[in-house]
Each structure stands twice: as C-alpha cells, then as structure tokens.
Design a binder for this molecule. Structure first.
Ligand code: ADP
Ligand code: MG
Length: 232
C-alpha cells in the first residue's frame, strides 16, 4: 500500500536571476512497512525533499499525498493531523538545551490532549530505555556525547509512535556501532510494526537495511542499486 505518493514535484530556491531549481519533477511512491534509502551527492536536494514531505516547506509545484491526504491543498487542521503521523529525525539534533533529556523526549506528547503528564513521562522513559539512555534521563543535552544526543533526538521523533518516519542522515554524527544500533531499531519498527521509513544517508555501512534504494541526482529520483563502497 502506498503511504507517500509524490507526483511531479518541483522546487526552487530564490527568485529571478538567482533562482536555483533543486527538484526537477520528482515522482515516487513509498510503500507501507518499507525502508527506502535516498542517497545522492551533497546539495542534490535530499533535505529539501524530506522537508516538503514533512510539511516543513511549502509545495510550489506538483503534489504530495500522505495516507490519501493531499498536502498542497490541505487545510491547517488536516496538515496538523498529517504531521502528527510523521516523526522527523533531523541531521542535527535540535534539542532544547534548557530541558532535561526526558523533558525533550516528552515534547511531542504535550500536543496530545489525551496524554496525561504521567503517561507522557512513562512513554518517554520507555523509549529512552530502547535507545539505551536510561542512565541519562535527567541530564541536560550539553552533558551528553554527540551519539547520545542523536539518540535522544531519535527517541523524541519516535515517542508519539508515528506511522511514518523521515530521517535525514540520522547516523552522520555517530560511530559505526552506534549508527548500526539506530538503524537496526528503525528496521525493527518497519518489520514489526509496519512503519514506513524514508531515510537519507551518505553512510554506505547502513545501505543493507534498505528494502529499496533510490538516488537523487540532478533533481531527479531514480531507483538504483549502487555497488557497496560506491561513494556518494
Ligand atoms: P542535500 O540535503 O542533498 O545536501 P539540500 O536539500 O540541503 O541538499 O540543498 C539543495 C540545494 O538547495 C543546495 O544547492 C543548497 O545550497 C540549496 N538550499 C538549501 N536550503 C536553502 C535555503 N534555505 N535557501 C537557499 N538555498 C538553499
Ligand atoms: Mg541534507
């Protein structure tokens, strides 16, 4: 079943002479329960594409449908509902430095009116346990290593149990084994719970978790099976 459907999506930064077209007509379908990895050179528009899917950038041309809901014509409350179903793991972690680890992870749940503070806290503690941070829940982000911070960000992206997970180079700041744990966790979510995952990565060591590998080059997306070791 297609969960994300992208049709002839185009996107440009700037205006007039300085306008730079980044996406030149992307058409793609992402299937429920699959991990798709998007590879491609730096600057090819991978982050821009993920942000458009997440509703963090406004669609200029073309269309995106998520669970049958057209994004570009959606009303505000429809967009809010779609976003609630998406977890976004950013390239850099964007943690709030004045909050503790567990408070950071609880953030997405504060928008859920059915969630009591006690329940939210328990849910945050559970997911922090899954990413092996139970001993660090009361620390501030600055007291953690880069890898630990990224794991907090991942816990925060997953705490509201989104059906769709968009991950922008989630292992970029991690060492090999830690990166592997993170993607194994994502793989388990897709296989056990049917989460749909679209992940951008430069990291050749994790390409094997992909059910499908696509590349973004010259503003176009194509199915591609790079040989291991090929450099993006
Ligand atoms: P990638 O994630 O593949 O490295 P990006 O989507 O970040 O690529 O960027 C694609 C292109 O768009 C790059 O040339 C980049 O310089 C440009 N770009 C990205 N964000 C902005 C922005 N906010 N304003 C202007 N240009 C941008
Ligand atoms: Mg990027």
């Amino acid at each position: 079943m297609s969960v994300i459907k992208i049709s002839d999506l185009r996107y440009a930064f700037g205006h007039g002479e300085t306008q730079q077209t980044v996406l030149h007509g992307i058409t793609a379908d992402f299937t429920q329960g699959e991990i798709t990895i998007i590879a491609g050179p730096s600057g090819s528009g991978k982050t821009t594409l993920l942000k458009l899917v997440a509703g963090l950038r406004t669609i200029q041309e073309g269309s995106i449908e998520i669970d049958g809901q057209r994004i570009e014509t959606a009303k505000q409350r429809e967009l809010v509902a779609v976003r609630r179903n998406i977890g976004f793991i950013f390239q850099s972690h964007h943690l709030i430095s004045s909050l503790s680890v567990v408070q950071n992870v609880m953030m997405p749940l504060t928008f859920d009116s059915k969630m009591t503070p006690g329940k939210a806290r328990q849910r945050a503690l559970d997911i922090l346990g899954e990413v092996d941070l139970s001993d660090h829940v009361h620390k501030r982000p600055e007291q953690l290593s880069g890898g630990q911070k990224q794991r907090v960000a991942i816990a925060r992206a997953l705490v509201h149990q989104p059906a769709i997970i968009l991950a922008d180079e989630p292992t970029a700041s991690l060492d090999g084994p830690t990166g592997r744990e993170i993607v194994s966790h994502l793989q388990r979510l897709s296989k056990e719970f049917g989460n749909t995952i679209v992940m951008v990565t430069h990291d050749n060591r994790i390409l094997d978790v992909a059910d499908r590998l696509v590349t973004l080059v010259d503003g176009k997306l194509s199915d591609h099976a790079p040989t291991l070791g090929e450099d993006f």
